[in-house]
Design a protein around this ligand. Sequence first.
Ligand SMILES: O=C(O)CCC(=O)C(=O)O
Ligand SMILES: [Fe+2]
Length: 332
Amino acid sequence: MGDSVHDLPIVDLGASSLEEQGAQLCKAFRQVGLAYVKNHGIPEEEIEEAFSWSRKFFDLPQSEKDKAPHPPEGWYHRGYSRVGLEKVSQNVFDADSLAQHRKVPDQKESFDLGSDGPAAAMRNIWPPAATLPGFRDACMRFFDACGALGERLLAAVAVGLGLPPEFFAERHARRDHQLRLLHYPPFAASLQARGLAEGVGAHSDFGTVTLLFQDDVGGLEVEDRSGGGGGFKAVPRVEGAVVVNVGDMLMRWTNDELRSPIHRVRTPAEEAGEEGTGVRMTRRRYSMPFFVGADPGTVVDCAPTCHGPERPKRYDPVTVEEYCAMRMNALY
Ligand SMILES: O=C(O)CCC(=O)C(=O)O
Ligand SMILES: [Fe+2]
């Protein structure tokens, strides 16, 4: 591996100083909004274990999964969502446009969780312990491992921006992150080809940064900023590396210096049609995004090193809570 793979930058957290990591991450985030991060400190076995719990959960009968229902309120991002319940959207907020947009359903089911303590911003919604013993502990172990990596990355990004290393840590003290287990069940590939269904519609993430673990199936695509724009390029899994992308909050903190990339999931089709029906289906896919989130009351205003007389602030200050509620309420 050099310092790029599939034309996308790789940042190595292994042997370099925080300054070097910060410089590399910020360079990647300025150019593409995304990087493959290797030597990230989460052992491959832990990631595999998390995937295997995710598969066990989604393999449960529908009636068991429905015992941990995601509440109807979009902002309450905890628990299980059936296929078709959530439709990721980008800047579509009025009821008519949302109804139109939902006609292309996202072909995924998800389980969302956050910090599990009594002080957590939202209570987690778990299936009954007897349904899947060990699931809760396994999810929380992985949540903590991802949180620790998120904190390392935030320190590096702060240094890369010329800010004190604790700039973001101070604003993420509550660990109000979100881990999402995602399953993309097979559906008729022709629906996707005809624009009638897709894995996840094009969107940006609205936290600070996102860590993304995915299986070998592929299908994740990120906006191609080279050329005229409008195109997407593939972001396949790279052994030993996690994808890290900028979220809207970091974009606002940095006055667009680090922009959150538009991305989507188009699940690849199987080579051959189904036995019996001949219908070509998409391949079953699993992924686990971890959204690093700032404390809800934090006012996100342009960081001191990201504006000046020649570089006016592009965004009004907004609290994390306000911004996320606005984006999330458009999802359900
Ligand atoms: O499944 C993936 O690879 C990406 C999912 C995603 O972009 C999201 O949940 O925000
Ligand atoms: Fe995303």
